[in-house]
Design a protein around this ligand. Structure first.
Ligand code: PLP
Length: 426
């Protein structure tokens, strides 16, 4: 039992935890056995693997089945998946694409690389995810598509986004890189928009080994364009050798697919473990006044790539930097995952400050936006109010208990400190 106001480790007290947290160990004997068997087959038959073979097609079929049908394509990364999905939508240039304020840089960079202008939608208040009203403020006659990202595995409220997109005749791209298998209204995310993209790099819920990505759509014509745009513009068809479009090569490969198939079979277990863990974490923090897991909408079942811990730092009387230092000193790995790509140097140099001539495509008459720093106050406020814990399947009751004990210890110590400094001022 944590004493009511134990001395914080950062101030020289006993840390809650001294043993390191367990590594996730994404890959195990199952992946090794599958890869060994695949190599054995390859060596035996002399049929050297490459891309688009039986294993890749099987992985893609299994991925599509998991998502209720449609067509999936394994590509080389999540960034490539978004590049390919947006490119295959063939947006008219010049044009703009609405992107979320909080996301990975790879969830925005494809937009300018395709010669389109990103327009940043703020998050919904209190959330890391965009909301429909924030997107609506970004729409203009130039808008060609809307990208939403289910950040941290928490589903975006898709219904109002889809209604808005329908009203304006705009395609919606769902970036599910952090949300494999998260559900909204009983269906996996990625099945609501026109096309969905996934990163399958090692730290995601399921991985294709190191790096990888998937594009998924229910639209067969769009799928053909996605294939073409990810494979040097090759015309569709079994014997097609003609390249009908200039495009890059983002192909996945059969070895990645072998790993991906084993990983995909593990995904339901990964999701169940993460959901259970967050339920217990939430219960363990119940009753705290300034620390807690934010409420999840009843129609959402998150995938929890990370879990946000909401803090009332004003009540606790500390800065985020101090808080993070103190929580880490208690032995709890934590951070703030709320990347805002539009606040990064590349965006400033290559998007906001770019002169028309600096643009690769559609340069001369690209849409002009007012210069100066755009603002995303909700995103900044949310980033300043949450620490993130990278929960994973290897966390046991011990890790949950220690995380809860440390968060409780910090709250009690800080509230006691603010109470005594208020008392002293009276
Ligand atoms: C939301 C989001 N979009 C895109 C990406 C880019 O994926 P990748 O790193 O596989 O290129 C990531 C990676 O973490 C991501 O989290």
């Amino acid at each position: 039992m944590t004493p009511r106001t134990a001395r914080l480790a950062v101030d020289g007290g006993e840390p809650v935890r001294t043993r390191p947290f367990p590594p996730r160990r994404v890959f195990g004997p199952e992946e090794r056995a599958a890869v060994d068997a695949f190599f054995a087959r390859t060596i035996e038959t002399g049929d050297d693997f490459r891309y688009g073979g039986d294993e890749q097609r099987a992985y893609e079929a299994e991925f599509a089945r998991y998502h209720g049908g449609g067509h999936a394509l394994l590509v080389s990364s999540g960034t490539a998946a978004l590049y390919v999905a947006l490119g295959a939508l063939e947006p008219r240039r010049p044009g703009e694409v609405v992107v979320p304020a909080v996301t990975d840089a790879g969830g925005v960079m494809p937009v300018p690389l395709l010669g389109l202008v990103p327009v940043v939608a703020d998050t919904a208040p209190g959330s890391f995810n965009v909301g429909a009203p924030q997107i609506e403020r970004c729409l203009s006659e130039w808008t060609r598509a809307i990208v939403v990202a289910h950040i941290g595995g928490e589903p975006v409220a898709m219904e109002p986004v889809l209604a808005l997109a329908r009203r304006h005749g705009l395609p919606v791209v769902e970036d599910c890189s952090q949300a494999h298998g998260a559900e909204y209204r009983g269906r996996p995310v990625g099945t609501f928009g026109d096309v969905a993209v996934y990163s399958t790099m090692t730290n995601k819920h399921h991985s294709t080994g190191g790096q990888g990505g998937v594009v998924h759509t229910r639209d067969p014509a769009l799928y053909e364009r996605i294939r073409r745009f990810s494979d040097r513009g090759k015309a569709a068809g079994a014997d097609a050798v003609r390249n009908v479009q200039a495009a890059l090569n983002f192909n996945g490969n059969d070895l990645a697919a072998v790993i991906g198939r084993v990983q995909l079979a593990k995904l339901p277990g990964v999701l169940a473990a993460r959901r259970d863990l967050v339920t217990r974490l939430r219960a363990g923090l119940h009753g705290l006044e300034a620390t807690g897991v934010p409420r999840v909408a009843a129609d959402c079942s998150p995938a929890y790539w990370f879990v946000r811990i909401r803090l009332d730092l004003a009540r606790l009387g500390v800065s985020m930097t101090e808080y993070l230092r103190a929580l880490r000193a208690e032995g709890i790995p934590c951070g703030v995952w709320a990347d805002i790509p539009a606040a990064e140097p590349w965006y400033e140099r290559q998007v906001r400050a770019a002169e028309p001539g600096a643009w690769p495509l559609g340069a001369a008459d690209r849409p002009r936006r007012p210069a100066g720093r755009a603002s995303w106050p909700n995103a900044e406020a949310a980033a300043g109010r949450h620490v993130t814990l990278f929960v994973h399947e290897r966390w046991t009751s011990r890790e949950i208990d220690d995380a809860c004990a440390a968060l409780t210890k910090l709250e009690r110590a800080y509230l006691a400190r603010t109470a005594s400094s208020k008392g002293a001022r009276r």
